[in-house]
Design a protein around this ligand. Structure first.
Ligand code: GDP
Length: 821
C-alpha cells in the first residue's frame, strides 16, 4: 500500500488501484490507494522470453538482470512474463471446467425439468429453473476459479468470464479484473460452505432432497403414468376449536404440518411460533384455509370427561351416612365426637373452636358404620356447599342443656335447613345440675325446630359427653334417620369425592382428607381435584392405617397431589393423567380470569360506588394466613361478622402456610396488617415487613385474633401484654440424654436465646409447639442467655418431638401500646 495523495501510483498500464477513503477525527480524511501486486498483469513482449513456469526462478534476482534496466523495470518485466504464462494455463483450465460444467448442467437441468413437469406448479418451477440455470453457470465458473486459485498454487489461475480466445493481458478490461478480484476474495471463503444464495436457489450444496421426498416424487410419477390422481384425496376434518388454541395443537387437530400452519399464519400477517396461542377467530380462518370444518367448542368441554354418569339403580348399594355435628361454641361438639369415637382428640385445643377438620368413622353396637365430619364452626359446611359439595347427610345439632339456644345454634339450624339436611337434636350436658332439657326444646320451637317430644318430627336425644349417657340412643337415632334416607351409592365406578380438609404437610407434601361420595378410590388412581391433579400414592384411613381403597362414605387422607386443594373441592378420578391435568389447567385459568374480572370490577366500578357509599364507613383491611384451611376459613367467617355502620373488616386475602413476601407486598399496598394464625413469616418476608413497616401479628387462639380485630375496628385497642420475638435458633442435631429426654443442639441465628423466655417450635414456619425451656446449656453449663452466632443445647418442658432443621422462636412478653392499623 502506498500513500498516493492524489498522485498516480506506480503501476503497470492496465492496473487500476482501488481507492480507500479513510476518515479521521475532526473531519479529516485521507485517500489510500490499495494495489494488489499479484493481480497486476502486463503485455508480454513479442518474442520475449518464455516464462519458465509459474513461480519459477528467483524473479527478482539482480544478477540475471540485463544491463541498463532499473530494479522496478526488471520486476515489472518478470511479473509480466509470469502473468502471461499464468493466464495461458488458467484460461485453458477455466475453459475446460466451463465446458464440463455446462455439460453437467445441461444433464441436470434436463433431469430436473423432466421431474418438474410432473408437478402442478410447472410454470413457476420452470421459471425458477431458468433462474437456477443462470445462477449455476455462474457458480460453476466460480467453482472452477476457486479450484484453480487454491492457495497452495503459487500462481493463481483466473477464470475468464469472457469466453474469447486467450486474451492478451493488455486487453483485460478493468471490469474483468475487478470481478475476478471479487470472486477470488469471496470464493476462497466460500469453498465447501453453503451460502444463503445457494440455499435459496436450491443449488447443489444446499439441502439435499430427502429419501422420502424422492420416493414421493417417484410415486407421483408412477401414479401419473398409470393415469391415477396425482393429488392425494384431501380429508376434510371437523376441527374442534376452543376459544384459544396453541398453533401446534391446531395443526394436530387438522392433521396438517405444523410448519404449514405457521406459514399460513404468517401469510395472514400473524408472526407466531408453533408454541404460541392464537384466538379462535384467527384459528377459524386458518382451518378454513386448509379446507377443514370448524366446530366451535368451549374450554369447559374438557370437563366433559368427568361428567356425572347416572348410576343404574341396580348397581346401587347402601352406604354409611355422613354426619356433621354443629352447634354453638362450648356446647360440647368436640366432646361429643370424642365420646362417640371413644377416643381422645388432641388435647389443648386453643380457644375452644375446632381448628382442624377431620373425618372419622365409627361402628355402632348394632354394627352400623357412621361417618362423622368434624368441622370448625360452620364455615366448612357452608363453604363446601358453596363449592357444590354437599357431603353431609345428617346434622346433629348440639345444644347445651345448661345453656340456651345461642347465635351459633340458630346459625346451624339455618345452615341445615338451607342445605335441606335432616337434623337430630342432641341436648348435651344433661349430667349437669343446671341442665334443663325442656327449656332447650321450647327455645328451639321459636326457630321452627319441633322435636319429637313436642310432637314434632325432629328426633331429640338427651346426652352427656362426659358421662356417656344417651350416646347409644343418639347413635340409634342417627341410624334410624339414615335408614329413612335410604342412602345408596355405586362402589363399582370411578370415584367421586369431596375434600374435607387439605394442607401442605411437612415431609408428605400436599395432603387432602377426602370423603368418597360415590365409587371407590384406589391407590394408583389418577384424579383431578379442584385446580389440582395427581395420582393416589397412598390412602390413609382415620385410624392412620394405610389402605388400598376407600368406598362410598369413607374418609381417607389422599397423598400424591401436585398442589393443595381447598375444602369443598370435588375429586374426580379420570382415565389419563393428560385429562386430569387438562381439567386442572382449565380450572386454574378460569379461576384466574374470574379473579381478574372481579379485581377489575372492584377497581373500576365498585370502587367508585363504594367510595360514595362508604364516605362515613371506614374499612379495616387485613390479611389472614393460617396453618390449615379450616382455621383460615373460620377466621374469615368471624372477620366478616365484625363491624357496624361505621366500620367493617375486609379480608384482602386469606391462605394457608407461612407468610411470604407476596403477602407483605399485598399488605403494604393496602395498608393492612397480616394476621398469622399458628404460622410465621419466612425470613425474607420478615425483613421486608420490617423495612416497609407492615405489621405482622401472630396468634394461636382464634378468639384472641377476633378480639384484637374487633378492638382495632372499634378503635378500642388498649395497652396490652404483647409478645416480642427476642431470638431465633436453628436446630442442628437432636440428642437423647438420659434423664432429660431429647435435647436440641442449636445455633442461635438471631437475637438471643433466654432461659426464662417463652419458646415456640416452628417446622416450615408453622407452629408445632409452644411452651417453655427445660434447659439452656452452653458447653455443659446451664446458662441464662446465649447470644446470636453461638451454639447451645436446648430442651423443651414436656415436649419431645424435635427434629433437625426445626426453628426455635424465643419470645418475651411485655406491655406495649397496640398499633393495629
Ligand atoms: P365445642 O366448642 O362445642 O367443641 O365444645 P367442647 O367439646 O370443647 O366442650 C366445651 C366444654 O364443655 C368442655 O370443657 C367440656 O369438658 C364441656 N362438656 C362437654 N360436654 C359435656 C357434658 O356432657 N357434660 C359436662 N359436664 N361438660 C361437658
Amino acid at each position: 500500500m502506498s500513500d498516493s495523495d492524489g498522485r498516480k501510483t506506480l503501476g503497470l498500464g492496465g492496473s487500476r488501484p482501488s481507492n480507500v477513503k479513510q476518515s479521521f477525527s475532526h473531519g479529516r480524511t485521507k485517500n489510500v490507494v490499495v494495489e494488489t501486486k499479484r493481480k497486476r498483469v502486463v503485455v508480454p513482449k513479442p518474442g520475449g522470453q518464455k516464462p519458465t513456469g509459474p513461480g519459477a526462478g528467483p524473479v527478482g534476482d539482480p544478477s540475471k538482470r540485463p544491463a541498463g534496466i532499473t530494479d522496478a523495470e526488471m520486476e515489472r518485466r518478470l511479473k509480466a512474463v509470469q502473468a502471461a504464462k499464468a493466464r495461458e494455463v488458467e484460461e485453458a483450465a477455466a475453459r475446460a471446467a466451463e465446458e464440463k460444467a455446462r455439460a453437467e448442467d445441461r444433464e441436470r437441468r434436463r433431469a430436473e425439468i423432466e421431474a418438474k413437469e410432473q408437478e402442478d406448479r410447472e410454470r413457476e418451477e420452470s421459471l425458477k429453473a431458468k433462474a437456477e440455470e443462470e445462477e449455476r453457470a455462474k457458480q460453476e465458473a466460480v467453482a472452477a476459479a476457486q479450484a484453480a486459485a487454491a492457495p497452495s498454487e503459487p500462481v493463481a489461475a483466473r477464470p475468464t468470464p469472457n469466453k474469447a480466445a486467450p486474451a492478451p493481458a493488455a486487453r483485460k478490461t478493468e471490469r474483468d479484473r475487478e470481478e475476478t478480484n471479487k470472486k477470488n476474495r469471496t470464493d476462497d471463503r466460500r469453498s465447501g460452505k453453503l451460502t444463503v444464495n445457494q440455499a435459496l436457489a436450491g443449488r447443489e450444496g444446499g439441502r439435499q432432497r430427502s429419501m422420502a421426498q424422492m420416493k414421493r416424487k417417484q410415486e407421483r410419477a408412477r401414479q401419473k403414468a398409470m393415469g391415477g390422481t396425482v393429488e392425494r384425496e384431501k380429508i376434510i376434518r371437523n376441527v374442534n376449536l376452543p376459544p384459544a388454541i396453541v398453533v401446534s395443537e391446531l395443526a394436530a387437530r387438522m392433521a396438517e404440518k405444523t410448519g404449514a400452519v405457521v406459514k399460513a399464519l404468517m401469510t395472514n400477517g400473524m408472526m407466531v411460533t408453533q408454541n404460541e396461542t392464537i384466538d379462535a377467530d384467527t384459528a377459524e380462518l386458518i382451518i378454513e384455509e386448509f379446507g377443514h370444518k370448524v366446530v366451535r367448542v368451549s374450554d369447559a368441554d374438557v370437563e366433559d370427561v368427568i361428567k356425572e354418569i347416572k348410576d343404574d339403580p341396580k348397581d346401587l348399594k347402601p352406604r354409611p351416612p355422613v354426619i356433621t355435628i354443629m352447634g354453638h361454641v362450648d356446647h360440647g361438639k368436640t366432646s361429643l365426637l370424642d365420646a362417640i369415637r371413644n377416643a381422645k382428640v388432641v388435647a389443648g385445643e386453643a380457644g375452644g373452636i375446632t381448628q382442624h377438620i377431620g373425618a372419622y368413622q365409627v361402628t355402632t353396637d348394632g354394627g352400623q358404620v357412621l361417618s362423622f365430619l368434624d368441622t370448625p364452626g360452620h364455615a366448612a359446611f357452608t363453604s363446601m356447599r358453596s363449592r357444590g359439595a354437599q357431603v353431609t347427610d345428617i346434622v346433629v345439632l348440639v345444644v347445651a342443656a345448661d345453656d340456651a339456644v345461642m347465635p351459633q345454634t340458630i346459625e346451624a339450624i339455618a345452615h341445615a335447613k338451607a342445605a335441606n339436611v335432616p337434623m337430630i337434636v342432641a341436648i348435651n350436658k344433661i349430667d349437669k345440675p343446671a341442665a334443663n332439657a325442656d327449656k332447650v326444646r321450647t327455645d328451639l320451637l321459636q326457630h321452627e325446630v319441633i322435636v319429637e317430644k313436642m310432637s314434632g318430627e325432629v328426633q331429640d336425644v338427651e346426652v352427656s359427653a362426659t358421662t356417656g349417657q344417651g350416646l347409644d340412643q343418639l347413635l340409634e337415632a342417627i341410624a334410624l334417620q339414615a335408614e329413612l334416607l335410604e342412602l345408596k351409592a355405586n362402589p363399582d365406578r370411578a370415584a367421586v369425592g369431596a375434600v374435607i380438609e387439605a394442607q401442605l404437610d411437612v415431609g408428605r407434601g400436599p395432603v387432602a382428607t377426602v370423603l368418597v361420595q360415590n365409587g371407590t378410590l384406589r391407590q394408583g388412581d389418577i384424579f383431578v381435584v379442584g385446580e389440582q391433579y395427581g395420582k393416589v400414592r397412598a390412602l390413609i384411613d382415620d385410624q392412620g392405617n394405610r389402605v388400598k381403597e376407600a368406598g362410598p362414605s369413607v374418609p381417607v387422607e389422599v397423598l400424591g397431589l401436585n398442589g393443595t386443594p381447598e375444602a369443598g373441592d370435588v375429586l374426580n378420578v379420570t382415565d389419563t393423567e393428560a385429562q386430569a391435568r387438562e381439567i386442572a389447567d382449565y380450572r386454574e385459568k378460569a379461576a384466574k380470569d374470574k379473579r381478574a374480572a372481579a379485581g377489575a370490577a372492584t377497581t373500576l366500578e365498585q370502587l367508585m360506588a363504594n367510595a360514595k357509599a362508604d364516605e362515613d364507613v371506614s374499612e379495616l383491611p387485613i390479611l389472614v394466613k393460617a396453618d390449615v384451611q379450616g382455621s383460615a376459613e373460620a377466621i374469615v367467617q368471624a372477620m366478616e361478622k365484625i363491624g357496624n355502620d361505621e366500620v367493617r373488616v375486609r379480608v384482602l386475602h386469606s391462605g394457608v402456610g407461612a407468610i411470604t413476601e407476596t403477602d407483605v407486598g399485598l399488605a403494604e399496598a393496602s395498608g393492612a396488617p397480616i394476621m398469622g394464625f399458628n404460622v410465621r413469616a419466612n425470613a425474607s418476608a420478615r425483613n421486608t415487613a420490617n423495612q416497609k413497616g407492615v405489621e405482622i401479628r401472630y396468634y394461636s387462639v382464634i378468639y384472641d385474633l377476633v378480639d384484637d380485630v374487633k378492638a382495632a375496628a372499634s378503635g378500642l385497642l388498649s395497652n396490652e401484654i404483647k409478645e416480642n420475638f427476642i431470638g431465633y435458633a436453628n436446630i442442628k442435631e437432636v440428642f437423647k440424654v438420659t434423664g432429660v429426654g431429647k435435647v436440641a443442639g442449636c445455633l442461635v441465628t438471631e437475637g438471643v436465646a433466654r432461659r426464662s423466655a417463652g419458646v415456640r417450635l416452628l417446622r416450615d414456619n408453622v407452629v408445632i409447639h409452644e411452651g417453655t425451656l427445660k434447659t439452656l446449656k452452653r458447653f455443659k453449663d446451664e446458662v441464662p442467655e446465649v447470644q446470636s452466632g453461638q451454639e447451645c443445647g436446648m430442651a423443651f418442658e414436656n415436649y419431645d418431638d424435635i427434629r433437625p432443621d426445626d426453628v426455635i422462636e424465643i419470645f418475651e412478653r411485655e406491655e406495649v401500646t397496640r398499633t393495629l392499623s
